[in-house]
Design a protein around this ligand. Structure first.
Ligand code: 13P
Length: 253
């Protein structure tokens, strides 16, 4: 029903030549057509080279961030129309590292999301709680707040597609994955909120990725959960064989 979507977020890694090498290795390891949408999010500096290297393959391109204006006096920023121009189809928004280190808030995520949609790009909006928040049993309220504020002012008529990525901060880059059951209960909550905001149809259609120490060893079990429709992979997407194994996960029954 929902096509699985596996994305590799390279974060601030890979030079031009390293990017071309990685993506060329990857495309040789994955079938030309798969039942999975495959997305790579290299740093801005490698977007053009990766776009050329994926041409004719089933891999598509994402950016890791953007500004909310189309152009103007915003030194150092990159806008959605510029990303579209380079061949991007998706933009990751509100990653916890951007919230933590670069002062992003639900309100800036909201502005970026609307701007991304205006440029006909698909946003991948990240939400997720910290370890402290989980310990205090605030996971549901934190995720609900991020969802409602990040998506504020949108109606179901405003977009054909958005992707949500649930990334518990305590599971990012730590080797500690949320158990499939822990992830599923938050994904279920996210789908319920999508239903409240945009109606049942949109909620059923929307793909929700899990992110946080996804690896070949845990992808099958995660993907077997009812509301987990894909993965947003960090570290394990930096090595072609490992990422290909994740893309080639074994679907459950
Ligand atoms: P890791 O897979 O390295 O834990 O990173 C997850 C992530 O932040 C993807 O956006």
């Amino acid at each position: 029903m929902r096509k699985p979507v596996i994305a590799g977020n390279w974060k601030m890694n890979k030079t031009k030549l390293e990017s071309i090498k990685l993506v060329t290795e990857l495309r040789n390891l994955i079938p030309r057509t798969t039942g999975v949408d495959i997305i790579i999010a290299p740093p801005f500096t490698a977007l053009t080279y990766v776009f050329e290297a994926i041409s004719g393959s089933s891999v598509t391109l994402a950016a890791q961030n953007c500004h909310w204006e189309d152009s103007g006096a915003y030194t150092g920023e990159v806008s959605p129309p510029m990303l579209k121009d380079l061949g991007c189809s998706y933009v990751i928004l509100g990653h916890s590292e951007r919230r933590q280190y670069f002062g992003e808030t639900d309100s800036t995520v909201n502005k970026k999301l609307k701007s991304v949609l205006r440029s006909d790009l698909i946003p991948i909006m990240c939400v997720g709680e910290s370890l402290e928040e989980r310990r205090q049993e605030k996971t549901f309220s934190v995720v609900e707040g991020q969802m409602k504020k990040g998506l504020a002012g949108l109606t179901s008529a405003d977009f054909s597609e958005i992707i949500i990525a649930y990334e518990p901060i305590w599971a990012i880059g730590t080797g500690e994955t949320a158990t499939p059951a822990q992830a599923q209960e938050v994904h279920q909550l996210i789908r319920k909120i999508l239903g409240e905001l945009f109606g049942k149809n949109k909620a059923v259609q929307t793909r929700i990725q899990y992110g946080g120490s996804v690896k070949p060893e845990n992808i099958d079990e995660l993907m077997a959960q009812e509301d987990i429709d894909g993965a947003l992979v960090g570290g394990a997407s930096l090595e072609a064989r490992t990422f290909a194994k994740i893309i080639n996960f074994k679907p459950g029954d």
